[in-house]
Design a protein around this ligand. Structure first.
Ligand code: HT7
Ligand code: ZN
Length: 873
């Protein structure tokens, strides 16, 4: 089929101003009546057909202005409804459809979860409820009447404010009517019906309005909603303070459901959440779960302005709301927690998810120009790189001008369906800067590389940085134009303090930012009193690869002295990466890796440096992941050699630093009750890192002891992961114990599945295969499926990439099975193959054969076919 193309964008010939929905809920036979007020847009010729989207719909009636249409007046398929010759002026269209939520396993449109009803309409789910212009540039005012059996669905919720509710006399049914005064696209529509426990609170906005806050959770989970509510209130306050954004309805609702394709959904006034991003208590949720909840609650709430009040003109503009909203939630979490620690975590995520995407066959620009299936573009590139692009704007313009640009964007585009050009124009205007070259960040895919060389002339006290930029070819983009790259930097002097300098020529240097714009710059600094060690890309000021030859001594110096915490962490990563690549090479050559004792010593010193935040120390001690090493190696990758090399380095650090780790483990023991705050979480992270190293030094007794005595999920899961991952003799007993403690608690059983799926052991594939038969496993629940099968494919480098190809075959089988149930989740799973071309020849051949086998299956969904095609392309 032909792709959808950005350049083909045209507005619809008709506008839909209002829609009144009447939905009568039933598992097998839900009826939907949609009455829309429609008018031709300016320039639409009279008699232009009205063509609405549909998907798997059964049409029961069509009428215009109260008159039923005859079959000669329209054509309906399950995919579209065409009215051949609508009236010349404004008219009312009434469409009746029938759907079966209980049969909806795709979890798009109206579906069942537990015994409740809920909807997911982004990106194209509304067309599975009624025929409509299901595209983001058609904004209508929604009034929604929901009717259901009272016993089945005591709560009936939709967007906006509740305007009426009541019983239907003489029946066991009731109804509710909701009105959302803010015009919105169909993808922001939501409806929920069901039986829940409700948690309530209020928030007073900056202008003194009281907003009702409600979180709906499964009965019996009421004790797990407090952190989400607290996060919501902090988010509302922060958006007022940081961006001047106030909430606009009388009520804000969150519903937690257990069957959900993604993380959460920002429907106007009625967010629907995957329950893993709502529910938490200390004995079932880890510190990471708490941090994720805070971040996702904030993200969806912030969409109220960046996404809902200002939405996207078309799906090519997805990063307009997603990149910007990720940027906003990252800033929020930085302000709530530690900024450097948050930045390091975010960059780790960017490098582990977005960089490989950008380096493989699925690479696409932050704003793509074509797509076959939009669901496949909710990617790390659109979200995380999209956020980096916004952050670069802030770096280039400075905080104040950036805020002025945001203010202008909100003022000018409130109520619009906008484009990236609209957004960037606000910053160009606020700053007076020409941002046309900056726009390339939205258009060019691939990770740019900066090659940097340095020179120092002692007699002239002159220091020179030669910076060259390039960007590798990516699908559809063989050559690239030079981009605007802000490089935040410092010149670190012998005593560890930044040296003064005067930038005299070669590039714009604004404060501590070099603005790279040309293929090559020779940036000259004068008045540099001593030979510096350059600290480049501080705070990771641009999403690029940096190639700078620094000696091990210089990196060790930066690790100890750089006043930019991000680059201290980066220095440790650089040192470790170099050592890991060498160790991998040694393993492949059949040699024993030799590890530099200076590196071991540096890690041990970081571990016990009490002047440094424990969370930061824990991040510094975490070695680059196997996939990160594979990415750095780039081609002819052998995952077993990487694992062995990494294991050797880990054991060397563990053995060399054993005393330090023992001290750390003991000194960080806490008698205090669990609290999820960032400081406590940081201490736990550091202590668990020490435990991990101790276990790798052979001190495994502490691990089982930790498992048994843990009073919270963070510590218990860390210990379980070690027992199982190292294949210790107690692993089976620990797994049985864990399961029996949490039997019936799906979100915790997910952790149990993941620990087993990610163990780097030869027996893992057989175990995972057996677990797909476990009664707690489910093909229809995305969390369960992902926790086992997707976790195996994406979180277990050695076993997914088994040299016999059996890991690929297993995953491909599951892609094909799941495709018939939930194509979106199946397509995500298939993207685990995205780096297949970088593998050594034997694995590469197995992976390619499995991709081809998937693609050859008749009747494949568009979602899976698109990923298979592009992966092979
Ligand atoms: N805007 C939301 C995207 C989303 C989604 C997309 C496709 C299919 C299902 C989905 N569920 C949620 C999530 C967000 O970025 O906030
Ligand atoms: Zn979002």
């Amino acid at each position: 089929t032909d792709p959808v193309r950005l350049k083909d964008y045209r507005p619809t010939p008709y506008a839909i101003r209002t829609i009144d929905l009447d939905v009568r809920l039933d598992p097998e036979n839900t009826t939907v009546t949609a009455r829309s007020r429609i008018e031709p847009r300016e320039g639409t010729a009279p008699g232009t057909p009205l063509v609405l989207d549909g998907d798997e719909l059964i049409l029961t009636s069509v009428a215009i202005d109260g008159r039923a249409l005859g079959t000669a007046d329209y054509e309906a398929t399950d995919k579209r409804l065409e009215i051949f010759a609508p009236p010349a002026g404004a008219f009312t269209l009434e469409v009746g459809t029938r759907i079966a939520p209980a049969k909806n396993t795709k979890l798009m449109g109206l579906y069942r979860t537990a015994s409740n009803y809920c909807t997911q309409c982004e990106a194209e789910g509304f067309r599975r409820i009624t025929y409509f212009y299901d595209r983001p540039d058609v904004l209508a005012v929604y009034t929604t009447r929901i009717e259901a059996r009272k016993a089945e669905a005591p709560y009936l919720l939709s967007n906006g404010n509740l305007i009426e509710r009541g019983d239907i006399a003489g029946t066991d049914r009731h109804f509710a009517v909701w009105h959302d005064p803010f015009p919105k696209p169909a993808y922001l529509f939501a409806l929920v019906g069901g039986d829940f426990a409700r948690i309530s609170d209020t928030f007073r906005t900056m202008s003194g309005r009281d907003v009702t806050l409600e979180i709906y959770v499964e009965h019996g989970r009421e004790d797990r909603g407090a952190y989400a509510m607290d996060s919501l209130k902090r988010s509302m306050k922060w958006d007022e303070e940081a961006f001047g954004r106030e909430y606009d309805l009388d009520i804000f609702m969150i519903v937690a459901v257990s069957d959900f394709n993604m993380g959460a959904m920002e429907n106007k006034g009625l967010n629907v959440f995957n329950d893993k991003y709502v529910l938490a208590k200390p004995d079932t949720a880890t510190d990471q779960d708490y941090a994720n909840i805070e971040g996702v609650i904030a993200h969806e709430y912030f969409h109220n302005w960046t996404g809902n009040r200002i939405t996207c003109r078309d799906w090519f503009q997805l990063c307009l709301k997603e990149g910007l909203t990720v940027f906003r939630d990252q800033e929020f979490s930085s302000d709530q927690r530690s900024r450097p620690v948050k930045r390091i975590s975010d960059v780790r995520l960017l490098k582990s998810h977005q960089f490989p995407e950008d380096a493989g066959p699925l690479a696409h620009p932050v704003r793509p120009e074509t797509y076959h299936e939009i669901n496949n573009f909710y990617t790390a590139t659109v979200y995380e790189k999209g956020s980096e692009v916004v952050r670069m704007l802030k770096t280039l313009l400075g905080a104040e001008t950036f805020r002025a640009g945001m203010d202008l964007y909100f003022a000018r585009h409130d109520g619009d369906a906008a484009t990236i050009e609209d957004f960037v124009a606000c910053f160009a205007e606020a700053s007076g800067r020409d941002l046309s070259q900056f726009m390339l960040w939205y258009k060019q895919s691939g990770t740019p590389e900066l090659r940097v060389a340095q020179g120092y002339d002692a007699s002239a006290k002159r220091y020179t940085l030669t910076i060259e930029q390039s960007c590798p070819p990516t699908p559809g983009q063989p050559t690239k134009l030079p981009m605007t790259i802000p490089v935040r930097f410092g010149l670190v002097g012998p005593n560890g303090a930044d040296l003064a300098f005067e930038a005299v020529s070669g590039a714009e240097v604004a404060g501590d930012v070099i603005v790279v714009t040309e293929p090559k710059h020779e940036v000259v600094f004068e008045g540099v009193s001593a030979p510096p060690v350059p600290s480049l890309l501080r705070g990771f000021s641009a999403p690029v690869r940096l190639a700078l030859e620094l000696s091990a001594e210089a990196s060790l110096f930066l690790l100890a002295s750089d006043n930019d915490p991000f680059n201290r962490w980066q220095a440790a990563q650089t040192l470790a990466t170099t050592a890991l690549i060498e160790a991998t090479r040694a393993v492949r050559a059949g040699a024993v890796p030799s590890i530099d004792p200076k590196l071991v010593d540096a890690f041990a010193r970081v571990a016990v440096d009490d002047k440094v935040d424990p969370a930061f120390r824990a991040l510094t001690l975490a070695l680059p992941a196997e996939a990160d090493i594979a990415r750095e190696i780039g081609s002819d990758v052998d995952p077993d050699a990487i694992f062995a090399g990494r294991d050797a380095l880990k054991k060397a650090i563990a053995t060399g630093g054993r005393t330090a780790f023992r001290h750390l483990y003991e000194s960080l023991a806490s008698a205090e009750a669990y609290s999820p705050d960032a400081a406590s979480a940081g201490r736990r992270a550091l202590r668990n890192s020490a435990l991990d190293y101790l276990a790798h030094a052979g001190e495994t007794d502490s691990v089982m002891e930790r498992y048994r005595t843990a009073d919270n999920m963070t510590d218990r899961l860390a210990a379980l992961g070690l027992v199982v991952g190292l294949g210790l003799p107690e692993a089976e007993a620990a797994l049985i114990d864990f399961y029996s403690r949490f039997d019936g608690d799906g979100l915790v059983i997910d952790k149990w599945f993941t620990v087993q799926a990610t163990a780097p052991l030869a027996a893992t594939l057989d175990r995972v295969r057996a677990l797909t038969e476990h009664p707690a496993f489910s093909l229809t629940n995305p969390n369960r499926f992902r926790s086992l099968v997707t976790a195996f494919a994406t979180g277990n480098q050695t076993q997914f990439n088994r040299p016999d190809g059996a890991g690929y075959a297993f995953v491909a089988d599951h892609v094909l099975t799941l495709d018939e149930i939930n194509p979106q989740v199946a397509a995500r799973l298939l993207s685990a193959f995205r780096s297949w071309r970088a593998l050594e020849p034997r694995r590469r051949a197995y992976a390619e054969a499995e991709l081809k086998r998937v693609l050859d299956k008749p009747g494949l969904s568009r979602d899976v076919a698109d990923i298979a095609n592009r992966s092979l392309g």
